[in-house]
Design a protein around this ligand. Structure first.
Ligand code: FAD
Length: 529
């Protein structure tokens, strides 16, 4: 017999397996001495609104019955080695999940990735952190698994398509992710576990007869009579297929330039720009969990989500926290020499002593300074690039990042000293408002930090610091596509996909978009076998 039960537990009861089982049995009136009982959580969310933190858990109980597998996804894919080639540019979440879905539908994915495999990529990340060398083909954004590999691996999305979200999470579990991601309200994997998952996704693609070519940068498209029938690589190789899924992410500026210069329609897109703020995790725990010391042995490092409306001139814009990483690290996410970009990640245990989050201002197209209008569809991207260059120059033209203590920034004071940080390349004290950020960004950030200080008592403190710049929040360019067919409106067989094209904003939504693009291309051009 199977039963479901809803409980409100203490953190100890929710996260300690023995106490959890005891609490469930007591609540359901079950006696493990009499029956064989299997218990597992179905959904789990932390409620920190009251003085005492509670955990809401929905659990399922199996009495004298073996629990079935939680997932239907497997790693058993059909052989597509004789299928028609579907060209997929980019091995980020969008590209990899497009490849797996194409396989399910009988297509043979040929994935072209400018970067290296997950293992080889590590050396280039070490070079950025230690020697300030940015390899433009292999970095925190480029390489196997895309920007999602050395990330936090937060897997929540605002998508309302719950079935599709579960499908992606199940595929991840089938490829080695912990089953907890199916249970937690805010699932995450952690940067230490992501590379293995990514390499298992690769194995599935290769075993089915697909191809993944690393160190293979696409530099041109093959266009014949208004159709995209293939791509050209940096080595000059021409690769043909039934069509092209372009999943190159929001940092592939060369791809946006290429499309623009070839006269293929792209559009400027609003994005968000700001800084990363770093606090002690213990301070954030004290605010969020109302504890006077530390959070104890059971609760995970706490997170926050903040938003504040701000006014500058006659325009209202939102400022919001973005990609908050409890117990995490700030990382250098530039993709070219001569620019400075920060982002955040965390390990699965989220046990670093720092809490960091992007705090970013919504940038509408009308906010972009007029000197960028000459770039047309690339205006937002060129503006973004210039702010990154200013950040790089301001702190000494290395990967040392410009920083300022938080209250000093709000009060317009240069910081006399900076705090310890998780950002490995190091920090330099800079006046962020005059040397790095455009006035409309810094003015809005100041208003927002004051508002955040009112919402979270203790948040606005000089024991926190801002580090710049957080600029790769979403793509500053959209590659349009038909709402029904997903093909580019002017070029058939061309499928703009994922975050870079403007259709996703995170690992799960990019993976979902990859799946949808594969379905569309196979529906229209795939030969059913
Ligand atoms: P990408 O992941 O950007 O992949 C694009 C791929 O295309 C790259 O591998 C790139 O090398 C390749 N490529 C580019 N140009 C070419 C070319 N010309 N030829 C061949 N290949 C090319 N999201 C979350 O949901 N949760 C998180 O916790 C999270 N944390 C993050 C932390 C960091 C440090 C970073 C950088 C990002 C984080 N993100 C997070 C964002 C997330 O990684 C992206 O939203 C997601 O990876 C987008 O997927 P994508 O497949 O569309 O593009």
């Amino acid at each position: 017999m199977r039963k479901e039960i809803q409980l409100r537990l203490s953190p100890e009861e929710a996260f300690d397996e023995r106490r959890f089982e005891a609490a469930v049995c007591q609540s359901a009136g079950l006696d493990p001495a009499k029956d064989s009982i299997g218990i597992r959580p179905l959904k789990r969310s932390i409620d920190a609104r009251g003085r005492k933190v509670k955990v809401n858990v929905r659990a399922e109980i199996f009495i004298n019955e073996t629990p079935p597998s939680r997932i239907t996804a497997t790693t058993d894919y059909r052989d597509v080695s004789k299928g028609d080639a579907v060209i997929i540019v980019g091995a980020g979440p969008a590209g990899l999940f497009a490849a797996l879905r194409a396989i399910e539908l009988g297509g043979r994915p040929v994935v072209l990735e400018r970067g290296k495999d997950v293992r080889a990529r590590r050396r280039d990340l070490a070079a950025i952190n230690k020697d300030h060398i940015v390899n433009p083909e292999s970095n925190y954004c480029f390489g196997e698994g895309g920007a999602g590999t050395y990330s936090d691996g937060k897997l929540y999305t605002r998508s309302k398509k719950r079935g599709d979200v579960s499908r992606i999470l199940e595929i991840m579990v089938a490829h080695g992710a912990r089953e907890d991601i199916l249970v937690d309200a805010h699932p995450h994997i952690g940067t230490n576990k992501l590379p293995l998952l990514v390499s298992k996704l690769r194995e599935s693609i290769l075993q089915a007869g697909g191809e993944i070519l690393f160190d293979t940068k696409v530099t041109d498209f093959i266009l014949e009579n208004g159709e995209m029938t293939g791509v050209v690589t940096a080595e000059g190789e021409r690769i043909h297929g039934t069509g092209v899924i372009l999943a190159t992410g929001h940092s592939a500026r060369d791809i946006f330039h290429l499309l623009h210069h070839k006269g293929i329609l792209v559009e400027a897109k609003p994005f968000a720009l700001g800084v990363r703020v770093e606090h002690d995790q213990q301070l954030i725990d004290q605010i969020q969990y109302h504890c006077s010391n530390d959070r104890g042995a059971y609760l995970p490092a706490s997170s926050y989500a903040l938003v504040q409306q701000t006014t500058f001139g006659d325009k209202e814009r939102g400022v919001f926290s973005f990609c908050m990483c409890p117990g995490g690290f700030i990382v250098p996410a530039a993709t070219s020499p001569g620019e400075l970009v920060v982002n955040g990640m965390s390990p699965s245990r989220r046990d670093s002593k720092y809490a960091n989050s992007g705090i970013v201002v919504a940038v509408e197209l009308e906010d972009i300074p007029s000197q960028y209008q000459q770039y047309g569809a690339l205006a937002a991207m060129m503006f973004q690039a210039d702010v990154e260059k200013a950040a790089w120059k301001s702190a000494g033209s290395t990967q040392v990042a410009p920083a300022q203590r938080l209250e000093d920034f709000v009060n317009g004071k240069i910081s006399q000293s900076l705090l310890d940080t998780s950002y490995q390349p190091g920090l330099a004290a800079v006046n962020m408002a005059t040397e790095v950020l455009p006035p409309f960004i810094s003015a809005r950030l100041r208003q927002a930090f004051k508002g955040f200080g009112r919402k979270m008592k203790g948040y606005l403190t000089n024991e926190a610091q801002i580090i710049g710049v957080e600029s790769r929040t979403s793509s500053p360019v959209r590659i349009p596509r038909d709402r029904e067919t997903f093909e580019h409106p002017e070029v058939s067989r061309f499928y703009p996909c994922g975050e870079g094209a403007g259709y996703a904003g995170g690992i799960v939504s990019a993976a979902m978009d990859g799946e949808r693009c594969a379905e569309k291309i196979m529906e229209k051009y795939g030969k059913r076998k």
